[in-house]
Design a binder for this molecule. Structure first.
Ligand SMILES: CC(C)(COP(=O)(O)OP(=O)(O)OC[C@H]1O[C@@H](n2cnc3c(N)ncnc32)[C@H](O)[C@@H]1OP(=O)(O)O)[C@@H](O)C(=O)NCCC(=O)NCCS
Length: 177
């Protein structure tokens, strides 16, 4: 469990399934991460069970996704997710915030906290943020969370073509900025 000034990042439980399904159907996910849009609650439950299993085995984002729920500290309401996942020998950060709670700095707060956990808590050397250039809010989140733009090139991400940006944040002792 990770606390930030406004948020609580906590493990998912099977009781979260209805909300996780609803959040997956929002327009922002349909547009930017359509592979995380679920057909029905059964599919959401299957993904949730997989994520819950991975907390213990292997419990290491270099090997399998480590994704937690983002909750408001004030009310405990689940409003999104943030996670670290393996990507070609590296670790990538992913995130989403429910539309009704966007624009209040919550994604930036959650991403910064998750990066600190990965770099300092888990001892990762580096965390990547891979994002479409046109996903302006997401690019801004990475920048506000202290990731640095290192590359931008034509490519495909989540089935969508365009310019893809690679951001990075390294552990200070590993030559990070
Ligand atoms: C990307 C996402 C997580 C941002 O969540 P959020 O809680 O609103 O993010 P924050 O409030 O921390 O920061 C958003 C920043 O983007 C800015 N922003 C948002 N839309 C913008 C736009 N169209 N043009 C310019 N800036 C924009 C906001 O002003 C804010 O920056 P600021 O604090 O400097 O003003 C949310 O939009 C989302 O869930 N999108 C769908 C899923 C997704 O794209 N995930 C990332 C995949 S790589």
């Amino acid at each position: 469990m990770i606390r930030t000034p406004s948020l609580l990042l906590r493990r998912f439980s099977v009781e979260d399934v209805a909300k996780v399904f609803l959040m997956s159907r929002e327009p922002g996910l349909q547009e930017w991460i359509p592979d995380q849009v679920y057909e029905d609650e059964q599919q959401a439950a299957k993904v949730l069970r997989y994520l819950i299993e991975k907390y213990e085995d292997p419990g290491d984002p270099r090997l399998a996704a480590l994704v937690v729920g983002i909750c408001l500290q004030a009310t405990s309401e689940l409003i999104g997710h943030v996670g670290l996942s393996p990507l070609q020998g590296e670790v990538e950060i992913g995130y989403a915030i429910e539309a009704s709670h966007q624009g209040r700095g919550f994604a930036s707060e959650a991403v910064a906290a998750m990066c600190a956990f990965g770099l300092e808590g888990l001892g990762l050397a580096r965390i990547l943020g891979i994002v479409h250039k046109d996903n302006i809010a997401s690019c801004r989140v990475l920048e506000k969370a202290g990731l640095v733009l290192v590359r931008e090139e034509a490519g495909t991400l989540h089935g969508r073509g365009g310019f893809v940006r690679r951001y990075e944040k390294a552990r200070p002792s590993c030559g990070g900025r």
